[in-house]
Ligand binder design. Structure first.
Ligand code: 5GP
Ligand code: ZN
Length: 113
């Protein structure tokens, strides 16, 4: 989508520290990390948020979750534990309106958040 930062990263037009990508997803390091490991997992296809997904997106959502596990393994936090966050809507802190999963690790995380 024109003007979308994460579509730009998915297409390669905007540089990012990419951990890996495949036909469906890209995993890249957050530009302002809030933990020693802070990676974002996005679908290559533009979807604004979790509030916008449809049943047709079930396969894409599965790819995202499977990529989260790969991020955890490749960054070495799969065993120590990691926090996944999806902010949906401005009220929840979403600032980039292209669906993304934060994968955070390398420190402890309070619960409730
Ligand atoms: P949100 O607040 O929407 O849940 O998360 C957006 C995240 O994207 C933030 O953590 C922010 O640091 C990150 N971000 C925003 N712009 C860029 C960018 O151009 N490159 C990268 N790598 N991360 C970005
Ligand atoms: Zn986009």
């Amino acid at each position: 989508m024109d003007g979308c930062i994460f579509c730009g990263i998915a297409s390669g037009a905007i540089p990012a520290k990419v951990l890996f990508q495949d036909d469906h997803v890209v995993a890249f390091h957050d530009i302002h990390p809030v933990a020693p490991v802070h990676v974002l997992v996005i679908p290559k296809r533009h979807v604004a948020s979790l509030a916008e997904v449809s049943p047709d997106d079930r396969e894409m959502l599965g790819h995202l979750m499977s990529a989260v596990r790969r991020v955890a393994v490749e960054t070495g936090v799969a065993e120590s534990g990691f926090r996944t966050v999806i902010n949906t809507g401005e009220g929840a802190g979403q600032s980039v309106f292209h669906l993304h999963i934060h994968v955070l690790g390398g420190r402890t995380f309070p619960w409730p958040p």
